[in-house]
Design a protein around this ligand. Sequence first.
Ligand SMILES: NC(=O)c1ccc[n+]([C@@H]2O[C@H](COP(=O)([O-])OP(=O)(O)OC[C@H]3O[C@@H](n4cnc5c(N)ncnc54)[C@H](OP(=O)(O)O)[C@@H]3O)[C@@H](O)[C@H]2O)c1
Length: 282
Amino acid sequence: MSTGDAAEQAARSERGADVGRSAEAEQVLHEGRSTDFGLEEIIEHRPLIGLIWAQDRHGVIGAQGGMPWHVPEDLAHFKAVTMGAPVIMGRRTWDSLNPRFRPLPRRRNIVVTRQDSWGEAAAASDERARHGLKRGDLQVVHALSEAVTLATQDAVAEGAGHPAPVSQPTADGTLLHDAAARAAAQSTAGTGTAAQGAGAQVEIDAWIIGGAQLFAEALNSGLADVVERTMLDVDVAGDEGVVGDTFAPELGADWRAVPAYEVDWATSRSGMRYRFERLVRA
Ligand SMILES: NC(=O)c1ccc[n+]([C@@H]2O[C@H](COP(=O)([O-])OP(=O)(O)OC[C@H]3O[C@@H](n4cnc5c(N)ncnc54)[C@H](OP(=O)(O)O)[C@@H]3O)[C@@H](O)[C@H]2O)c1
């Protein structure tokens, strides 16, 4: 392997390129684990669309086509949260993924591009296909709305006849269910779908995983219901000397943290402090 190949392999990861990801992190990424979304009190409508990202103290999410940090716990979190659901990403975010691990396994990968023939080119350059490995599921679309429609068509079909949103924000930022709507949703929703009984998991029907262009469009068009955000206690410019060039979107006042999900700062094996946050749109 040439020095260039090694550098590229180290620099590209499941959640966009991080710098110098270890073998241990690779393992974490591909083990997966289950997760409880803890969104029993979220609005009762489907499909549910989530955005997920990690950012530094100043909102940096990317630099030079990659992510300027290495936090294996966040990569594992990303994998656990998105596993099994469609993931929607901009073409540049696709480019940032490790070619060996894309499409992201066990998730429908939907890439948004304005380029007419990008899909054929991507398929032709897919390293998994070249090595005879399973390619997984890659779909290419030319608009975010098209991606969401594609990702959520099953949920829409299952949820046909669901009641309109009936929740309302409370003073502490949680969302209250309407009991009748919950019961109706429970009777029509399939196993593992968004509307289940108290204490059950709530699933997100599709995750928009970046980058900044897609996050901005999703928020501006009111597409997003949930934000899963990893706060990293680092200033990449000051601490790492890296100039961030891609930034997380600003969330408006209508976004509230889910109190039940508040967790303390933890320290990564890499030494960096991090904290997971979940927010819902009221
Ligand atoms: N920290 C994190 O959690 C995180 C997560 C994801 C990504 N990132 C980082 O973010 C950076 C990439 O983000 P980015 O904002 O530069 O790019 P991006 O959003 O990933 O992709 C932008 C591309 O998507 C396509 N696109 C965007 N809007 C479109 C629309 N309305 N219709 C059709 N196609 C559309 C275009 O592709 P074409 O040019 O092919 O037409 C555009 O160039 C990288 O540094 C990556 O590592 C970080």
